[in-house]
Write a protein that binds this ligand. Structure first.
Ligand SMILES: [Zn+2]
Length: 109
């Protein structure tokens, strides 16, 4: 489960949807395929928790680090060349502002 105590009641910005466990596992498996050794998220525990409703940008809880990342999953189903999948690691607070900005400039896949 995400590290915020009040999840999932903490409001997601408009245009973002919470992932079901099944969807989360699907994204998690794909991230394992895509993330190469040189990627910033390599070797870190990842729990995808929400997705942009317009594209494959996912909000990821970095397990045991109390931080968040926004990741643009490519669905290549194979190892990507870092820095793909494009990733922004945030701090302890939900990156609400970045998520709103993303929605405003979202380019569907
Ligand atoms: Zn999007």
């Amino acid at each position: 489960m995400p590290h915020v105590d009040n999840w999932p009641s903490e409001e997601l910005p408009a245009g973002w949807a919470q992932l079901t466990d099944r969807e989360s596992n699907s994204f998690k498996r794909e991230l394992k395929k895509e993330i190469a050794r040189k990627h910033v998220l390599f070797g870190r525990g990842l729990t995808p928790v929400a997705t942009c409703m317009g594209c494959d940008e996912v909000l990821v809880d970095i397990t045991n680090e109390l931080t968040w990342a926004l990741v643009r999953v490519t669905w290549r189903r194979a190892l990507e060349k870092a820095p793909l999948p494009i990733t922004t690691v945030s701090g302890q607070a939900l990156p609400h502002g970045e998520m709103v900005l993303h929605t405003q400039s979202c380019v569907p896949d």
